[in-house]
Ligand binder design. Structure first.
Ligand SMILES: O=C(O)CCC(=O)C(=O)O
Length: 317
């Protein structure tokens, strides 16, 4: 056991608590995500919550790279409140999807391993014909120092049956736990690594520079309980695809605790499920959700995705 990386700092993973994060006051503090109408800037637009936890459908809006500042602010507020926004039947080529995403942040490279859409280095093509799959629960790229803050996924070709995507509310997951367990998790960090995903990433860049760079990456340590940088809400920030181990616990203890967390996270009350039609867009907050795409479907399935740069996850101070 030694020292390892967490956002440019070092952490002692020998079992002693060691993450130094900027202090954040305890409790659910930070930006008030207003309860009243949040779309004054878009009076014709409706935001209809799909569950009591997360997910809302935004109707009567045409997503383009030319939305005004007030509209972007309103949609950002809606994202903070609902964690995943769904927009039906949008017409967006890869350039327009990138331009739209850019209104909300700085797009990342398409993916550290998977190739991008030709001519669009920020657009990841998830094509079932090329082996793309996402049927293990995850938040995106949590093995990175600064995992994406969110992503926009656009359905280009949808299968006639199946292929839905499900999101889980990791803030509601935290809230559902006993105060004793929350208090224990608050002080922990976990190790995230791309190699945990093993052969899961498609092999389209196998042997390529990106794949070897990622395989060689140092494990990354992040707080198990993350404080949302915009809302101040706490959420559990581990996932089965990239979280290898909770630091300082024995392997068997870590496995058991990660399994307890996962069971809470995938209770139906904390999920929203989207059945895609062509053109639909999902925009999720990657800081407080996990997602899972069903691999069961008939016919082809093709999605384009643009992710946005995130910040160092900050734990409870
Ligand atoms: O294909 C999907 O529905 C989800 C894709 C996904 O998991 C991702 O973009 O991280």
């Amino acid at each position: 056991m030694g020292r390892s990386q967490t956002c440019g700092l070092t952490v002692d993973i020998s079992g002693n608590k060691g993450v130094s994060s900027p202090p954040v006051p305890a409790g659910q503090v930070g930006l008030e995500v207003a309860e009243g109408p949040i779309l004054e800037a878009m009076p014709d637009v409706e935001v209809v919550p799909l569950t009591t936890a997360l997910g809302a459908e935004v109707s009567s809006v045409e997503l383009t790279p030319h939305l005004g500042d007030a509209e972007v602010t309103a949609l950002r507020q809606a994202l903070l409140r609902h964690k995943v926004l769904f927009f039906r039947r949008q017409s967006l080529d890869p350039a327009a999807l990138t331009g739209l995403a850019r209104l909300f942040g700085e797009p990342t490279e398409a993916h550290p391993v998977e190739p991008s859409v030709e001519g669009h280095p920020e657009v990841l093509a998830l094509d079932s014909a090329e082996g793309a799959r996402a049927d293990i629960w995850h938040s995106d790229l949590t093995f990175q120092e600064r995992p994406p803050m969110g992503a926009m996924l656009h359905a280009v070709v949808v299968p006639p049956v199946g292929g839905d995507t499900i999101w889980s509310d990791m803030s509601a997951t935290y809230e559902a736990m006993s105060p004793t367990l929350r208090g224990f998790l608050d002080g922990l960090t976990a190790t995230h690594t791309p190699t945990k995903a093993g052969g899961y990433f498609s092999q389209r860049d196998a042997g390529g520079d990106k794949a070897s760079r990622t395989a060689a990456a140092e494990p990354m340590h992040h707080p198990v309980v993350r404080v949302h940088p915009e809302t101040g809400h706490r959420s559990v920030f581990v996932n089965p695809l990239f979280t290898d181990k909770i630091d300082g616990l024995r392997r068997s203890e870590s496995d058991a605790l990660l399994s307890v967390i996962q069971n809470v996270a995938i209770q139906p009350e904390r999920l929203v499920r989207w059945h895609w039609t062509e053109g639909d867009v999902a925009f999720w907050d990657n800081r407080c959700t996990m997602h899972y795409a069903l691999l069961e479907f008939t016919g082809p399935r093709r999605m384009n995705r643009v992710a946005l740069h995130g910040e160092c996850p900050v734990g409870v101070g």
